[in-house]
Ligand binder design. Structure first.
Ligand code: ADP
Length: 541
């Protein structure tokens, strides 16, 4: 017997239709690439996304066409996404922090037919346009006044959408039709394409909005600092219109002063970004003595949130931190650290111990940790293994069939992370499988060591890698950047760490550097560090 309910396909443009119907006047504020702060509404974005769709359709783009976007978080970028999906096309976010050749490789792999680009990224486009034979049209997300001069044949976004009247019916497609694409950064081998569907995006927006997940609401003012090109801005470009939340887009400016300016002037209540962004903001607040009276909640993910950062936000600024974990392959949210009643009574250090974990899975994400033989490990908060996940907004394969070994027949996806899960479901990442240090047959978590080291008041940033050791196979080397004007010694730092971790986890050596390399999504680039320190000889050898 079948249910007698309506067949209402889960299509992304229904999200924007809803926002326009119910939250039409809610503002979307963007720091524009041209400079000024621009104010628009869900009503406007809906009308203009229709014009984007109409223009794409007129120019011959439609079902299944991959259309790249190289843009900051702005209203125009949102209009481009919804316009592309509205003709049945596939928005394909490109990360401008990658090398131009990598971007060209990714565009060729996806066979992007058109590209929306921000003015800031014109040099990239100039460098790669003739290397992407599938590319037919380049639309610059600006107005006539700001159009750059170029050898390339460029389309001006504002003039282009002004040619239509916006009277356009969204493409009616099956909910499993592809809606978006995003490539992983490819720290091991070539980048791999993740392909979202309308259904997965809608379901992800719903699970992300839940009160104990991102807790989206039309009474919140949300600033996604995490870029749309980094794992879909953690879904906020869809969960915000789904709930009618006001959005404040930071555009290209992510330094402490610019972020603070918008947090303050727009009275942002909730924001999300990777730890590096928050380091800059906290540095700015400390220098200027400014405060965060409006901000209630900050979601931190992409890399482990250091304990010192949790403490600063919560103790000095009265802002609750929600630590989150996820991946491009998971749309991206996988777990969030809101506190269940089992933990909510905890105070001080005990509360921080739980908040340092990456949290528990929301509805729609199943998780387990296994050993190398795929045997599930107990949820005891200490036995760690490979973290595997499955769910309706999690990839079941990569575009073109790469990486098939990461998926099994029951749809479990091997995340490549190493983690443990406690009795209440709180997961803690201890490492990337490829970064974990194997010392005498036992594993040492580099993330734990890094988090501890950055708790030292004179350490700006820390990274730990394994260095070959004749007796133990590998031993940890701690690499630190000193805080400006500070000069801690190796002994100071090791002294600080001593007693806080097992003795055999203590780094064998400390190296000081001026810079630690990062990937295009802000993670420490350990492959690069391993090359840099390939000849390092530990004093314990
Ligand atoms: P990319 O691999 O392209 O950089 P992702 O942002 O999808 O992009 O990276 C996902 C990985 O980031 C996860 O598998 C995990 O290793 C790491 N990660 C994400 N959030 C956290 C977190 N809160 N703590 C530790 N690691 C994290």
């Amino acid at each position: 017997m079948l249910g007698l309910m309506q067949d209402w396909p889960l299509l992304c443009h229904k999200i924007l239709d809803y926002a326009a119907a119910q939250h039409s006047r809610r503002e979307i504020v963007s720091r524009s690439v041209e400079g000024p702060i621009v104010r628009t509404t869900y009503g406007d974005i809906h009308a203009r996304a229709k014009r984007v769709a109409q223009a794409l359709d007129r120019d011959g783009f439609g079902l299944g066409d991959r259309i790249g976007t190289l843009g900051w978080n702005t209203a125009r970028h949102m209009e481009a996404w919804y316009g592309i999906m509205g003709v049945g096309g596939v928005y394909h976010t490109l990360n401008p922090r990658l090398f131009p050749d990598q971007i060209a490789w990714i565009m060729n792999h996806a066979e992007d037919k058109a590209l929306f680009v921000d003015l800031s990224f014109m040099p990239i486009v100039e460098a790669i346009a003739d290397k992407v034979p599938s590319l037919k049209q380049i639309i610059v997300m600006t107005d006539a006044e700001h159009m750059p001069s170029s050898k390339l044949d460029l389309v001006c976004f504002e003039d282009w959408i002004a040619q239509g009247d916006g009277d356009f019916a969204w493409a009616q497609v099956d909910e499993n039709t592809a809606s978006g694409m995003c490539y992983t950064s490819g720290t091991t081998g070539d980048p791999k394409g993740v392909v979202y569907s309308h259904r997965s995006n809608v379901l992800h927006a719903m699970l992300a909005s839940l009160p104990d997940a991102l807790g989206m609401s039309c009474n919140e003012v949300i600033m996604p600092v995490v870029p749309m090109f980094h794992a879909n801005a953690w879904g906020i470009a869809m969960s915000a219109p789904m709930t009618g939340a006001k959005v404040v887009n930071p555009g290209a400016a992510m330094d402490g002063a610019s972020i603070y300016e918008l947090l303050d002037s727009e009275k942002v209540t909730f924001t999300a970004a990777v730890p590096t962004v928050w380091l800059m903001l906290l540095g700015y607040l400390e220098e200027t003595g400014k405060e965060l009276p409006h901000l209630k909640r900050v979601v931190i993910g992409g890399s482990a949130c250091p304990r010192a950062m949790l403490e600063k936000f919560q103790n000095n600024y009265d802002v609750e931190v929600v630590h989150a974990w996820g991946m491009t392959e998971m749309s991206p949210l996988g777990s969030l650290g809101s506190l269940k009643p089992e933990y909510n009574h905890l105070k001080g250090a005990q509360r921080l111990d739980i908040q340092e974990k990456q949290g528990y899975a929301p509805f729609g994400v199943e998780m387990k940790v296994t050993d190398d033989e795929d045997k599930a490990m107990p949820w005891d908060g200490k036995t760690f293994g490979r973290l595997k996940v499955r769910g309706p907004a999690i990839a079941k394969g990569y575009y073109g069939g790469a990486g098939a070994e990461q998926f099994d027949e029951d749809n479990w996806f091997d995340t490549g992370d190493v983690a443990h899960i406690d009795e209440f479901g709180y997961m803690q990442i201890t490492d990337r499988a490829k970064d974990v240090i194997k010392s005498g047959g036992e594993w040492i978590s580099t993330i734990d060591l890094e988090n501890l080291a950055v708790g030292h008041p004179d350490v700006e940033e820390a990274a730990v890698i394994g260095i070959a050791h004749p007796k133990w196979d590998e031993r940890p080397l701690l690499i630190c950047i000193r805080k400006q004007g500070k000069d801690p010694s190796k002994e100071d730092i090791l002294g600080y760490m001593e007693g806080k971790i097992a003795k055999w986890w203590m780094p064998d050596d400390v190296a000081f550097v001026d810079e630690i390399p990062h990937t295009a999504t802000g993670k420490i680039q350990k492959t690069e560090l391993r090359k840099q320190f390939a000849d390092h000889v530990l004093p314990t050898v």
